[in-house]
Design a protein around this ligand. Structure first.
Ligand code: UDX
Length: 394
């Protein structure tokens, strides 16, 4: 056989091997040793899959729960004072924020969460409350906030479409004034600032998959504008502070993310379908279900955020899993995972719903050495475990 053919055959076998690896490999560690974020997945699972009764007596018949004050905290790394960073996480009591809190706490840093609990929940960080390295502040990013910090992860903003559309003016103010306040804080303290932007800055994209160089297709007066345009302003503010005030900035554009601690009622498709299927209710599909999304598991996102914060790259970076599915297929995947044959309920489409979305992640790979490790399937299994354990209280 000619050499060219052999080389082609070998390339095909290798490509097939890597596709199969992505589909079937089971991930058991997360993080990256070079930034100190590597740890066993089981360490994190212990934090969110703990039975409700870990620090409490739960009387299910009477619906009464008793919490005990004395608690043992998860062990954290002991860092020298010169290594320990003072880190502010806005929105740290939310879904993504609380996983970032877990990781940075376990890494040994000193973490302050600023959250107004609009969509966040104290329960998400309950296991750290009282720990000497942890502080929870119930406050709103639109108000001035003074603290001495080395790094700011700015996540605060409702992220699910029904939540951010509920009070669009509040959403815009959160992105504009909140980001402005946090950049001001970064300027005064010399802290490095990371903005969590979104794939929604690409709107209903005409370019597929979406690269960071694409400017997007956003309806500036549609129902999603409060979030999309709010985040676009937040990005513009961030780069203005970099250019004119020398603030060190990082921008992550986050694509659809799921995992334990999603709010069961925030209306996003992953939590909706899982909770509906677990309860034996029909899965609600908006429109014909042919719209696509690419879902990343939350631990991969946290890995990417920490790498981005601690790296040198300042332009926006997409963080997402390129595994793309139609929403109709996704409904079948959930039914299969939960072994249920609940029906599909077709509901009217939502206005300006993006028809296709998939991240181009070459930049993240090149500048951070980051790629998602979790298959969507492994992530879904863990998220189903989580919601199963929560059914009693949600
Ligand atoms: O019950 C449902 C919920 C949602 N959907 C559909 O599923 C798709 C995904 O919807 P989601 O609400 O989960 O998420 P969206 O992609 O619309 O928005 C998300 O995008 C990226 C993030 O940055 C944002 O925070 C998040 O809002 C949409 O097409 C939506 O119409 C259903 O078909 N049924």
């Amino acid at each position: 056989m000619p050499l060219g053919r052999i080389a082609l055959l070998l390339t095909m076998v290798l490509a097939l091997g890597s596709v199969l690896w992505i589909l079937f490999a089971v991930v058991s560690t997360v993080g990256h040793p070079e930034v100190g974020s590597a740890m066993p997945l089981s360490t994190l699972r212990n934090l969110y899959l703990r039975p409700l009764t870990a620090n409490s007596d739960l009387d299910t018949d009477d619906g009464i729960i008793t919490y005990h004050a004395a608690k043992t905290y998860p062990p954290v790394k002991l860092l020298r004072s010169t290594e320990q960073k003072r880190i502010l996480i806005t929105g740290g009591a939310g879904f993504v924020g609380s996983h970032l809190v877990d990781r940075l706490m376990l890494m040994g840093h000193s973490v302050t969460v600023l959250d107004n609990m609009y969509t966040g929940n104290r329960r998400n960080v309950e296991h750290w409350i009282g720990h000497p390295n942890f502080q929870l502040v119930n406050g709103d990013v639109v108000d001035p906030f003074a603290i001495e910090v080395d790094q700011i992860y700015h996540l605060a903003c409702p992220a699910s479409p029904p939540h951010y559309q509920k009070n669009p003016v509040k959403t815009i103010k959160t992105s504009m004034y909140g980001t402005h306040n946090m950049l001001g804080l970064a300027k005064r303290t010399g802290a490095r600032f990371l903005l969590t932007s979104t794939s929604e800055v690409y709107g209903d994209p005409e370019v597929h998959p979406q690269k960071e160089t694409y400017w997007g297709n956003v309806n500036p007066i549609g129902p999603r504008a409060c979030y999309d345009e709010g985040k676009r302003v937040a990005e513009a503010l961030t780069y203005a502070y970099e250019e004119y005030d020398g603030v060190q900035v990082r921008v992550a554009r986050i694509f659809n993310t799921f995992g334990p601690r999603m709010n069961a009622y925030d209306g996003r498709v992953v939590s909706n379908f899982i909770v509906q299927a677990l309860r034996g209710q029909p899965l609600t599909i908006y429109g014909d279900g042919q719209q696509t999304r690419s879902f990343q598991y939350v631990h991969d996102l946290v890995d990417g955020l920490i790498l981005l914060m601690n790296g040198n790259f300042t332009e926006p970076v997409n963080l997402g899993n390129p595994e793309e599915h139609t929403i109709r297929d996704f409904a079948d995947i959930i039914r299969e995972k939960i072994s249920t044959d609940v029906e599909i309920q077709s509901l009217p489409p939502t206005k300006d719903d993006p028809k296709r979305r998939r991240p181009d992640i070459h930049r993240a790979d090149e500048v951070l050495g980051w790629q998602p490790r979790f298959s969507m399937h492994q992530g879904i299994e863990e998220t189903v475990d989580y919601f199963r354990g929560q059914l009693q209280v949600i």
